[in-house]
Design a protein around this ligand. Structure first.
Ligand code: ADP
Length: 169
């Protein structure tokens, strides 16, 4: 039987030895929230089988947005990106599951919605790279950094779900 071992504090989530039960940071950007796509996006992660362990809505400051996108500060689109991300309400989430970092990126699609296949979130729901409605961590390292940036220690929860025996073998 599968026992998901997780932790609600800042210790990196490693799960069972030899598996990739892990956590990722997913954010619905202001355009996604404004366009009432929150339920649609959460539904896709839920239906896949991932487990929601943290969620809140906030309006980021430009400083928070700049910190979140710190690795892109040399890019020509950085100022516009910070403005975009801090332009309205963002839904911040932590999702948990096997390979959720990599698979979450697959559910999201490519950075440019025009290159994202139909069936993916960006492929189905948006058109331009500067309005691509969702963020997802690109590695377990950035997932840990981003979860720590956006969530306090007590804001990420931990629970066992009996459904997991139908999702994992
Ligand atoms: P991703 O969000 O897919 O991980 P990146 O980390 O490369 O992509 O970029 C972060 C965000 O910056 C993108 O989601 C997009 O909103 C924005 N962005 C990336 N490239 C461009 C670009 N060429 N022009 C405008 N905005 C961009």
């Amino acid at each position: 039987t599968t026992t998901l071992v997780s932790c609600a504090d800042k210790v990196p989530f490693t799960g069972l030895p030899g598996t990739n039960y892990e956590r990722t940071f997913i954010a619905i950007k202001p355009d996604g929230t404004e366009r009432r796509l929150v339920g649609e996006i959460i539904g896709r992660f839920e239906k896949k089988g991932f487990k929601l362990v943290g969620i809140k809505i906030l309006h980021p400051t430009p400083e928070q947005a700049a910190k979140h996108y710190d690795d892109l500060k040399s890019k020509p689109f950085f100022d516009g990106l910070v403005k975009y991300f801090s332009s309205g309400a963002v839904v911040c989430m932590v999702w948990e599951g096997k390979d959720v970092v990599k698979t979450g990126r697959k559910l999201i699609g490519e950075t440019n919605p025009a290159l994202s296949v139909p069936g993916s979130i960006r492929g189905d729901l948006c058109i331009e790279v500067g309005r691509n409605i969702i963020h997802g961590s690109d590695s377990t390292q950035s997932a840990n950094d981003e979860i720590t940036l956006w969530f306090g220690e007590t804001e990420v929860t931990n629970y066992e779900s009996p459904l997991e025996k139908f999702i994992y073998e």
